[in-house]
Design a protein around this ligand. Structure first.
Ligand SMILES: [Zn+2]
Length: 514
């Protein structure tokens, strides 16, 4: 028999075919109601955010501050009611490094306090120093002779003046409009990775490490720098070479003191010196440097599963931060959301089918060290024949991560996993009223979900709103610019996604292997 399909029926069939997968993914509206009630009317997320940013403070990987915070958070997980709370060592990292004191002043030609922070994994100044500031422009080997013997006791300005970005002041930071979200959805081709430009290699160019070694030998009082035009902010990371020497005590002590300064204060000194007028500064830095190499750890905790307890749904965020502020947005906000999502699930009496495991990573800021080591240890790596995949590899459903600031979830990135579109889209339905609508197939990067995605496991980041703030990786990232509404909604949405993944009939589908 020949079936003649009428145009209307054909269109209807097409419509059904397109809609069916999402419509057949169940949404547990009863549980969503409980999660929303708990998370929006009895939220603790800002209390968590406050404790971590106000009391614990900055948490540089392998610092005493981080170790103290990791002890606290294990207690917090236990108070929430999680089981199997543990600190899992993942590598011999290096020695601990903590800044204990910074004092920085312009003395001449005009007195003014200045704002600066030591670069991580550098030594202190060995007492209070009054030093003449001098601009140094070291680029090639021949420059060394120009400066040799002239820098003893000086405070050297080693980076050029920076241009301050006034955009945030003049333009503001608008949230995503519907048109922006739709544009993100329509961008179906994953952005290609930029090809680094070919540089002309000069063999006599000095590396950052060679420059530091020169300053050390020459006996400078301190290296002063500013590498960011971020308004009023100090941005500074690790000593060049610290990763290569394994954050070692010897490496730290072989470096001069390095202080990153706000662009306004740095540029001011630079301009005065440009007039030929002397600049005198007073500075003192004290850093506490560990004696022995210690292991870095990730912190995990679980809500046990029931009939599918050997299968796992994970959520998490990196617990480590840079050292010049508590980093309220990056990534204390992600940690607060992950912990609050777990608290909500416990508070509503969730008994998931699969085990739900929260992981708070360390070593993310230095290169995803904690999550990569965890994935390798627990799930294996099909790209590496020496370890292959472990039995748990097939048992993981999905890992959800938050690390794009403190803005509200407005959608989800599929990370190129079209197989998961139906489930991840269906679970969004209860949150349309919150503006959680966009499904982008883009693959996004640079944080801990990548550690899962790169070995073929579903690792998912939410699409987060742009919100004004003082920004991550600065000395300005405190509690005050975090918007409570955004984090409360995120915790609710995270808890609901985790719940649905942990109770679905099937694990989240994976990308088609090529
Ligand atoms: Zn981050």
């Amino acid at each position: 028999m020949t079936i003649r399909t009428r145009p209307f029926a054909a269109a209807l069939l097409l419509l059904l075919a397109a809609a069916a997968p999402i419509d057949t993914v169940p949404v547990d509206w009863a549980m969503v109601a409980k999660i929303r009630e708990e998370g929006l009317q009895h939220s603790r997320v800002m209390d968590l955010e406050s404790y971590m940013t106000d009391v614990l403070g900055a948490r540089l990987t392998m610092s005493r501050d981080m170790q103290r915070a990791q002890t606290w958070v294990q207690g917090e997980m236990a108070r929430i009611g999680l089981i199997n709370v543990a600190a899992e060592p993942f590598m011999d990292y290096g020695v601990t490094w903590d800044n204990e004191y910074v004092s920085l002043h312009l003395l001449e030609p005009d007195y003014a306090p200045m704002v600066g922070y030591p670069i991580a994994h550098t030594p202190g100044t060995d007492g209070r120093k009054v030093a003449q500031a001098v601009v140094v422009d070291l680029q090639v080997q021949a420059d060394l002779e120009r400066y040799r013997g002239t820098l003893r006791g000086m405070a050297v300005l080693v980076t050029p003046p920076v241009t301050i970005d006034l955009g945030p002041l003049t333009n503001g930071v608008p949230r995503y409009a519907e048109a922006d979200l739709q544009a993100l959805e329509r961008t179906v081709i994953a952005p290609s990775r930029p090809v680094p430009p070919r540089t002309v290699r000069r063999t006599d160019l000095l590396t950052a490490e060679q420059k530091l070694a020169f300053y050390k030998v020459e006996g400078v009082a301190a290296v002063l720098q500013c590498e960011s035009g971020w308004l009023a902010a100090v941005r500074g990371y690790s000593r060049p070479g610290s990763r290569n020497d394994g954050w070692s005590r010897a490496g730290i002590l072989a470096s001069p003191a390095i202080i990153a300064i706000t662009p306004e204060h740095y540029n001011r000194m630079y301009r005065i010196l440009g007039r030929g007028i002397p600049v005198t500064v007073e500075l003192e830095v004290r850093n506490r440097i560990g004696e022995r190499i210690e292991q870095a750890v990730n912190i995990v905790g679980e809500i046990p599963g029931t009939d599918l307890a050997d299968e796992v749904v994970m959520l998490g965020a990196h617990f480590d931060t840079w050292h010049a502020s508590p980093n309220a947005s990056d990534n204390t906000s992600g940690v607060a959301v992950a912990l609050e999502a777990m608290r909500i699930l416990k508070a509503v009496g969730a008994r998931p089918r699969r085990t739900i495991r929260v992981a708070l990573w360390s070593g993310e800021e230095q290169g995803l060290f904690g999550s990569r080591a965890y994935v390798r240890e627990h799930f294996g790596d099909p790209r590496d024949s020496t370890i292959g995949t472990r039995p748990a590899y097939e048992k993981l459903s999905v890992y959800f991560n938050q690390d794009y600031g403190a803005g509200q979830y407005r959608g989800i990135y599929l990370q190129g996993n079209e197989q998961a579109r139906a489930m991840l889209t269906a679970w969004m339905a209860p949150f349309r009223d919150m503006g959680m609508t966009a499904v982008s197939n883009q693959s996004v990067g640079s944080t801990d979900h990548v550690s899962f995605d790169e070995v073929g496991l579903p690792g998912i980041q939410f699409l987060q709103d742009r919100t004004p703030g003082t920004g991550g990786h600065t000395n300005l990232d405190f509690y005050d610019t975090i918007q409570a509404d955004d984090l409360m909604k995120n915790a609710v949405i995270m808890a609901s996604y985790v719940w649905h993944a942990a109770t679905a009939d099937a694990r989240l589908p994976r990308k088609t292997r090529r």
